[in-house]
Design a protein around this ligand. Structure first.
Ligand code: ASP
Length: 317
């Protein structure tokens, strides 16, 4: 059975490089289309043919489990031929530049390139060099648009809305592309965003993003509908940003005591991978208020929606 989606939403742009620049209607259009894929993914027959004949290359320069497998499943469920490029054993290890790799791949006529890279801006650079659509799967500390979309979908399904909710984003904001994309999206949809972090993990000038800032979990979580925890990104830290993991957990780690500062029906999120006992305690991560597993489910649906909405705009679509 291959029923066409009800939503005919088209993303009238060639690439998805970030949430920044997306309109309210584009964000809501993607969330509505994602809902249809949530339903499809819960059926036995999950296949569509909308990307049949298309080639999707996943180019991950940073390791990833959920994002890469989620994009792979999304492309396959829509009928694309999906290739995961093993960057660690590629010519880039032998000194080839990103541009050379991009031009080599471009010569194979991929329709869609999904890229993750440790440098902010690398995905945009790629998009200027290739003919197909480019999707940002995370670039440095810049953006991770599909993560913010899947987070918004998870919130909307559980709270019925985004507008007017108070969302506390807690932890390593400085190194987080997830925080940046979420701040832009949640603001665009009318949520109140609060950042909770030690001073060392807050980027300079973050107030300009229209957020409230606090360095105290009790204050930050008071009245929150959603508590979004971030991973302490130790691989991006040169030097010491927190005195010790134990001290960080004592002040900023989410446990049942701190979660009680939020609204009684507050829900807990984390983009993964989690550092249990560092930014989040297992009792909360696996507790009744946690949406963490649902976020992973929403990830596949959102990536199908992005692939579908971009592909409707590809030449010969
Ligand atoms: N998986 C997310 C990312 O790629 C969050 C994280 O790594 O902490 O940005």
């Amino acid at each position: 059975m291959n029923i066409a989606t009800k939503s005919s939403f088209v993303l009238n742009r060639r690439h998805l490089l970030g949430i920044e620049g997306l309109s309210f209607d584009e964000i809501v259009g993607l969330l509505d289309l994602s809902e249809e894929f949530v339903a499809l993914n819960r059926q036995v027959e999950k296949k569509r043919t909308s990307l049949r004949g298309r080639t999707q290359i996943n180019l991950f320069f940073e390791s990833s489990t959920r994002t890469q497998s989620s994009f792979e499943l999304a492309g396959k469920r829509l009928g694309a031929d999906v290739m995961n490029m093993a960057v660690n054993s590629s010519a880039m290890k032998k000194g080839e530049t990103l541009i050379d790799t991009a031009m080599t791949l471009n010569a194979m006529h991929p329709d869609i390139l999904v890229m993750r890279h440790h440098a902010s801006g690398a995905v945009e650079l790629l998009s200027q060099k290739v003919d197909g659509s480019v999707i940002n799967a995370g670039d440095g500390a810049h953006e991770h648009p599909t993560q913010a979309l899947l987070d918004a979908l998870t919130i909307r399904r559980n709270k019925g809305r985004i507008e007017g909710l108070t969302v506390a984003i807690c932890g390593d904001i400085l190194h987080s592309r997830v925080a940046r994309s979420n701040i832009i999206l949640l603001n665009a949809l009318g949520a109140r965003v609060r950042l909770v972090a030690p001073s060392t993990l807050l980027p300079a000038g973050i107030e300009r993003f229209g957020v409230e800032i606090t360095r105290d979990m009790r204050e930050g979580l008071a009245g929150a509908d959603i508590v979004m925890m971030l991973r302490l990104q130790r691989e991006r830290m040169n030097g010491s940003f927190v005195p010790s993991v134990q001290e960080y957990f004592a002040y900023f780690g989410l446990d049942t005591r701190k979660l009680a500062f939020a609204k009684p029906d507050a829900l807990v999120m984390h983009p993964g991978p989690m550092n249990r006992g560092v930014e989040i305690d297992s009792t909360v991560a696996d507790g009744a208020q946690s949406l963490i597993r649902e976020q992973v489910e929403m990830g596949v649906a959102v990536r199908m929606a992005v692939l579908e909405a971009l592909s409707r705009n590809l030449p010969n679509a």
